[in-house]
Design a protein around this ligand. Structure first.
Ligand code: GDD
Length: 314
């Protein structure tokens, strides 16, 4: 079997490649021109430069690769950035996905595509809802969430009109070593590592600590993606998350407890979002029923791995 991963050198792409190779899958990947591949996997993957915004480029690569599976990971994945640049977010996440769907439609409609959506598509849910299942109405509350919802609606059109083989996931928060510090866990961890080395003042600036998120280790997430693309039903949506939420303040305390330094925590108004969903918890029964997937990593171990990553990489 052959898989093509768009955005192969991104945070999730690297873990997914390693997992697929271990499972005997031939991996091709696309990366943005002028970005690099990490050394440990570069020799095992066939890599092509591609910008998802460039339609012709994608078509040529799909025709050359002729994969069985496409994992579409290339995206603008930051909610915070989407508030600053909604146009860029829509362009990459909606037009980019359309370019990919069109390229597959014109080259080989039998290719199975996994589209990565987000738990952010659900937005603010009623307070009596403990965890959100796939049937819950979508109510996106930021530009990123809108882009992922629109991506999903386009996918449904391509499934219905062109009989394409597309599966959609709504991924909840995922974390792990190597994630960019635009996201909360690597942001805090990187700062703590810098403070420990005396590179910055011992002050940690934070945003909304009251939000509660369903965090899963990226190494568990990629297992779920593979399970879903191999066993999932075409046209279906699957939530991917742990069904366990943690307040951001809890994650912060965990990180601070792993350091010997005395660190002052200060609120930074520029890190507050115009609107932040208070609680997002995953109902993952559909996924578990399909594959008996369950997360293997404990939150404490993942958080420690992230902190240790930054201790080595700053
Ligand atoms: N980034 C960041 N930095 N977030 C902070 C900070 C900070 O200093 N302080 C508090 N937060 C809060 C945010 O307001 C948000 O409530 C929460 O921490 C998580 O923020 P992020 O890590 O930036 O992730 P996200 O929840 O906005 O989005 C992630 O999860 C989605 C699934 O729910 C991303 O991975 C998305 O791509 C993904 O779809």
């Amino acid at each position: 079997m052959r898989a093509l991963i768009t955005g192969v050198n991104g945070f999730v792409g690297i873990y997914l490649s390693e997992y697929l190779i271990k499972n005997g899958i031939e991996v091709w990947g696309t990366k943005l021109p002028h970005t690099s591949m990490p050394h440990q996997i570069s020799s095992k993957i066939i890599v092509r430069d591609m910008d998802i915004i460039n339609k012709e480029n994608i078509f040529e690569i799909i025709k050359e690769c002729m994969p069985d599976y496409i994992f579409h990971l290339a995206a603008q994945s930051s909610v915070a950035l989407s508030w600053e640049n909604p146009q860029l977010t829509i362009n990459i996440n909606v037009n980019g996905t359309l370019n990919l769907l069109d390229a597959v439609r014109k080259s080989n409609k039998n290719i199975r595509i996994l589209l990565i959506g987000s738990s952010e598509e659900y937005g603010i849910v009623k307070s009596e809802i403990i965890s959100i299942d796939e049937d819950y109405p979508l109510n996106p509350t930021n530009p990123y969430a809108v882009s992922k919802m629109v991506q999903e609606y386009f996918a449904l059109q391509y499934i219905n009109a062109y009989k394409m083989d597309i599966i959609m996931v709504r991924a909840f928060n995922h974390i792990g070593p190597g994630q960019a510090p635009t996201f909360v866990v690597p942001d805090f961890a990187k700062k703590i590592a810098q403070i420990e080395k005396g590179l910055i003042e011992p002050v940690l600036f934070v945003g909304n600590l009251e939000a509660e998120r369903d965090f899963t280790d990226v190494r568990d997430i990629v297992r779920a993606y593979f399970d879903i693309i191999t066993a999932g039903k075409s046209g279906q949506v699957y939530n991917v998350g742990s069904n366990k939420t943690y307040k951001i303040s809890y994650i912060l305390d965990l990180l601070l407890s792993m350091s010997n330094k005395k660190i002052i925590v200060k609120s930074d108004p520029s890190k507050m979002r115009p609107l932040d969903v208070p609680v997002i918890r995953c109902d993952n029964k559909k996924l578990v029923k399909l594959t008996s997937w369950s997360p293997q990593y404990k939150i404490e171990d993942t958080i420690k791995d992230v902190l240790n990553y930054w201790r080595i990489n700053i």
